[in-house]
Write a protein that binds this ligand. Sequence first.
Ligand code: PA5
Length: 447
Amino acid sequence: GKVTLDYSKAAGFISEEEIGYISKLVEDAKEQLVAKNGAGNDFLGWIDLPVDYDKEEFARIKEAAKKIQSDSEVLIVIGIGGSYLGARAAIEFLRHGFYNNISKEERKTPEIYYAGNSISGAYLEGLLDVVGDRDFSVNIISKSGTTTEPAIAFRIFKKKLEEKYGKEEAAKRIYATTDKAKGALKNLATEEGYETFVVPDDVGGRFSVLTAVGLLPIAVSGADLDQLMAGAAEGRKLALEQKFEENDSLQYAAIRNILLRKGKSIEVLANYEPSLHYVSEWWKQLYGESEGKDQKGLFPASVDLTTDLHSMGQFIQDGARIMFETVLNIEKSRGNVVIEEEAVDLDGLNYLAGKDMDFVNKSAMNGTILAHTDGNVPNLMVKVPEQNEFYLGELFYFFEFAVGISGYLLGVNPFNQPGVESYKKNMFALLGKPGYEAQREELLKRL
Ligand code: PA5
């Protein structure tokens, strides 16, 4: 099996000629990407990452994970955006659906919580309560080493560690993933003697899940890093070597751009498994930050189904016709429950007796796809054979490669994010950060 794209249900919205025209542009974009002579070409480290990574560091990540597993009941993963979403997507996709809530005996690895992905004091206070006086470690992740959200959270948890263990012992429980040479976090790590892992210069945040950024927390959760990398390597091989006709990643980039050019300016990623929620969050960052610039782009949205069929389902079926839907379909469900017969059929469900929930879920999915198609929402499906490390690695690569191609088709630099800076400048000015005095005056007048 492999990760595949099925666009047969979008056939009524796209002609073979259109696919023919765009396939040429896609091949050109691929050539640029692989030859590294297109926009943003100093951020293409992710292309070869699955086969060309730092093996010594990879081994050190596994060692650090073992140490954390042996000396900590809780791991706090501090990071935001690209320094957060990949790890969470992977852990929720791969591990138990109630990972933090099942017994320690069953889980065998530390509870994992995320911090520094908002500026909520209430959230931090709550998380400090959850840690309580249990043994814990911290993985602080920031490529720049200067992002406000994780920096604040790190201050708080660093203090808690130092109060509990003393400065020297606390330093042994802090793992810093950051730039190899620069930034406040790197300086702090050197000063205090934390173990550090590197975010490579040529890998942007949203493409960093297969670096230490994602790999250390994923390893702590007990997932298999070798399988994850092997799957990504397979995804790379398929993306780089297959011709357009057999290349699902290229086809995905092609189809979504055809649909965009006909006014479908929103792509809704739909899943039917709650454990895929954060894969969608990761995907939204990857696509939104890569393509939404120069007043262009597809707006990436997501729904968790069937949950949201009871809320957003109305809009998708019947609202403004501005979207297409991409279903993430896990072909072989990893858990299942059989619906049993009851002697008296008071709830009217005996017609499902002997059927399992996956059959019901897939029937809901297939019925919904046809209903949405009838409602003029073109439907794409990304099929994932199984919910395991290998196919997640392949899926990550599938989407990363496609977004590079898609950005080039759109005529943007898919590897920068200039728009992320605007809010930061305003926030610093309003907070009174030194150096922002003039902007502060301006902004205060406008508030
Ligand atoms: O993709 C990006 O560049 C951003 O989402 C960053 O990952 C995010 O802002 C966090 O940055 P940093 O890792 O420098 O703290």
